[in-house]
Design a binder for this molecule. Structure first.
Ligand SMILES: [Ca+2]
Ligand SMILES: [Ca+2]
Length: 351
């Protein structure tokens, strides 16, 4: 939409005219609202023959109110399982879901990865069908580089083998010729060249995907944490200066709340770290201002005597750091003596 047209969005339009609908649809996207409405993304896992599917939408994190426009299934980290990339039209437009269903190397983690090269009709072998005799019998996948809405697929097919040590592989090439490649060992990556009858191994290219940042955290590892204007236990304005609090050591900044059981449980652990003298600890309670007193009492009762800050009544003071509505707690920032965020620890500290 050009600027001139966009600028006219508030001008009078005939209701339900094509211009009216076009402008307002555009406005919906720009405002981050849903066009389709309540069509949440779903992920199901196949429980095996005759056992149906289990809904993993919530557990996987894929449950999402945004309007999806494309999805690509590929092994982005090359650990042998299929990950998902989703494109939405608003908000977090690109999402990469790392598949952690099975630990790499676990007994059930068998897989085969297959690439194809045609020699007769089509070099890329698009349209070829690969049939692998897996733990539940033959499974077929078609190499399709253009399935899905405005999406392109990987040139690599991934088959789960579960506990099998090897699996028979057959290819039906474009043109209909059927060719066996024998039994390929689990965990292998094989280029199957039409007419060769045997797989050529190709190298793994592991690209580990990082753990996601806690949602709601607006700063990333490596960034400088600015001073924050908060209040102390008595409600007086107080500045949280990371460099000052670190005092030449590492600073643990613990975001917690008195209503969060794991947060309260780890207060003695944080105090023990502070007492050991290797790091300095500072607590930032995200309790509502009305609960400040209660939070400070909970901290004292659990033996927490490290410096503590609370949310002020007007504006939280934490705006540069977090979106409080989305932050899971506890979250602890490990901060260098220079005030740089070194590591973000999600959930309670490991004991
Ligand atoms: Ca993977
Ligand atoms: Ca994985």
């Amino acid at each position: 939409m050009d600027v001139a047209t966009e600028a006219s969005i508030t001008a009078a339009q005939d209701v339900n005219s094509s211009l009216y609908l076009g402008l307002h649809n555009a406005q919906i996207y720009q405002d981050g609202l849903s066009f389709s409405g309540s069509e949440r993304d779903k992920v199901w896992i196949n429980r095996g023959p005759g056992k149906g599917f289990a809904d993993l939408s919530d557990l996987s994190g894929a449950d999402d109110p945004n309007d999806g426009r494309a999805v690509v299934a590929a092994d982005f980290d090359d650990d042998g399982d299929v990950d998902l990339f989703v494109h939405n039209i608003q908000r977090e437009r690109h999402k990469l879901f790392r598949n952690d269903a099975v630990e790499p190397g676990a007994p059930e983690s068998g897989f085969l990865k297959i690439k194809l090269r045609g020699t007769q009709l089509a070099r890329e072998a698009i349209g070829a069908t690969v049939i692998v005799t897996g733990p539940h019998g033959p499974t077929a996948q078609v190499l399709s580089r253009g399935a899905g809405f405005v999406s392109s697929q990987s040139d690599e097919l991934v088959f789960g083998l579960g506990p099998l040590k090897q699996a028979d592989v057959e290819v039906v090439w474009p043109g209909g010729r059927r060719e066996s490649f024998g039994a390929l060992p689990t965990g292998s990556r094989s280029l199957l060249v039409e007419g060769s009858g045997q797989g050529e191994p190709y190298e793994a290219q592991p690209r580990p995907l990082p753990d996601p940042l806690p949602p709601g955290l607006l700063l990333e590892e490596g960034e400088i944490l600015p001073s924050l204007t908060l209040v102390d236990a008595n409600g007086n304005t107080a500045t949280l200066d990371p460099v000052k609090l670190a005092d030449g050591d590492t600073l643990f900044l613990n975001l917690w709340a008195s209503y969060c059981a794991p947060c309260v449980a780890e207060i003695p652990d944080l105090q023990a770290l502070e007492d050991a003298g290797e790091v300095n600890v500072v607590g930032v309670s995200v309790d509502a201002p009305a609960s400040r007193e209660r939070a400070s009492q909970v901290l004292a009762k659990r033996g927490g005597s490290y410096p503590s800050f609370y949310l002020g009544a007007g504006g939280t003071g934490l705006e540069p750091l977090v979106d409080l509505e989305r932050l899971p707690i506890p979250t602890t920032l490990v901060i260098t003596p220079e005030g740089r965020i070194d590591t973000i620890l999600r959930g309670p500290l490991e004991r």
